[in-house]
Design a binder for this molecule. Sequence first.
Ligand code: G6P
Length: 467
Amino acid sequence: MTAASFVVVANRLPVDGDPDGGWRRSPGGLVTALEPVMHSTEGAWVGWPGKPDIEVDPFDFEGTRLIPVSLSAEDIELYYEGFSNDTIWPLYHDVIAAPRYSRPLWEAYVRVNRRFAEAAATAADEGGTVWVQDYQLQLVPAMLREARPDLTIGYFHHIPFPAYGLYSQLPWRRQVLEGLLGADVIGFQRVADAGNFARAVRRLFHYETKASGIRVPQPDGSTRLALARAFPISIDAAAYIELAGRDDIKARAREIREGLGNPAQVLLGVDRLDYTKGIGHRLKAFGELLAEGRLSVEDVTLVQVASPSRERVETYAHLRDEIELTVGRTNGDFDTVGHTAIRYLHQAFPREEMVALFLAADVMLVTALRDGMNLVAKEYVASRTDNQGVLVLSEFAGAHDELSRALTVNPHDIEGLKDAIVRAIEMPPAEQRRRMRSLRRRVLDHDVKDWSRDFLDALAASRGAAS
Ligand code: G6P
C-alpha cells in the first residue's frame, strides 16, 4: 500500500453502507470541503465504517483511499455512545444534560483513540500532513506526534469548547489538553472557543499562550508552538444555490406548501434530534403563541424536521419522548381538520428535499441552546437566492458570530423568542431583503473551501514556525 501525503482522521468514514450492499458517499459537508485536497494530493481517510464489528480492508472510493477502523459493539457502547456522546458532548455543550464521568468509558476512549492514531501513523508518508477531526479523537494528535514526529498535525474541533469552570469538571482534563496540544494547529469554530481552550491550558499547565501560539515544552527541554485559533466552518454555498435554482425543486417547494393547506406562513426547524438544539424551547414558544391567539393554525404551520440521532444514548431517547409528547399535545389542542400546528418529521431527507423545504419556509428557526456552528442556518441563507425569508438565530450558535443580521434570540427567554417569531412573521419584504442580502454575502464570501484552505494554509505555515 502506498503511503499518503495527506491523511484525514475522523470518527466516521465519508461513506454510508457496507461492503455487501455497496458504499454511497455520505451527505456531510466535511466530505465536500476536503474533496479538492483529497484529489490534488495522495489522500487517505481513516474512519469508522458506521456499523459494529465489520472488518473491511482499505479500499478506494471516488479517488480517495479509505482506511476503515473497525469498532466492536462494546467499543461503540463505551467509546462512541459513552465517552464521546455521553461525557464530552454534554460537557462541551455547557452541561445542558448531565455528563457521565465513568472510568471504563474513559479507558475505552483512550484505547480507541490509540487505534485511530496507529492507523493514521501507518497510512501517512514521511513528512506528510494529518488532519484530525473533532471531539471523538482529541487524544489522537499527541499519540500521533509521539509515534511520528516527522508529521505535520492539524486538529479541528467542530463543537464548542467550554469555559474553564465547566471544563474543569472533567476528571481527565489534563490528558485531553495534552492530547490536543500534540497538534501544530488546533482549530475552533468561534474566537470564544479558542479563548476557552487557551485559558484551560494556562490554568492547568501555566504555558505561555499568545496569538502566535502556545509554547508547549518538549521532552528534550525545547519548546514547540501550537497555534489555537478560530476557523469558522461553512458550507458548499454554490451547491445550494444551484439546487435552489432548479425548476423541479421550486415546484416541490410549492407542493410542500400546498400539502400543508397553503398557510400564509410556514415556519421551519431542521435539526438532528439533540438536546442542544433547543427544539423544546421552540415548540413551547410556538404553542404559547397559539394558546394566546397571537397566531392561528389557519395561518401558520411549523414544520419540524428532527433527524434520528444517537438513539441508544438514554438522554436522546428521553428527549425524543419529550418532544413527541409536546408535538402530540400541541397538535391535539390546536389542529383543525384542515390545518395542523406542527408537521413533525422524525426522518432524514436528501439535500434536494431540504432545499425545497428552505424555499417553502418564510421563517427559519435556529434556536440552539449551544451549537458549535449550525450549518443549517448557512444552508437556509445560501438557498434563499430570492433574498426573502427570515432567519431567527440563537446567539448561542457559532453561526451567530458571522450572521448577526439575523433576528437574534436567547432561546431561554421564551417571551423574547415569541416576540421574535411574531416579528419574523410580520417583517416587511424590504427589510427581509436587506437582511438576507447581507447574510448571503457573508456565506457566499466564505464557503467551505475557504475554510479548509485557511486551515491548511495555517497548518503549512506552522511547519516552518520557529520554536
Ligand atoms: C456533530 C459532530 C460530528 C458528528 C455529527 C453527527 O456535527 O460535530 O462529529 O459526526 O454531529 O453525529 P454522529 O454521532 O451521528 O456522527
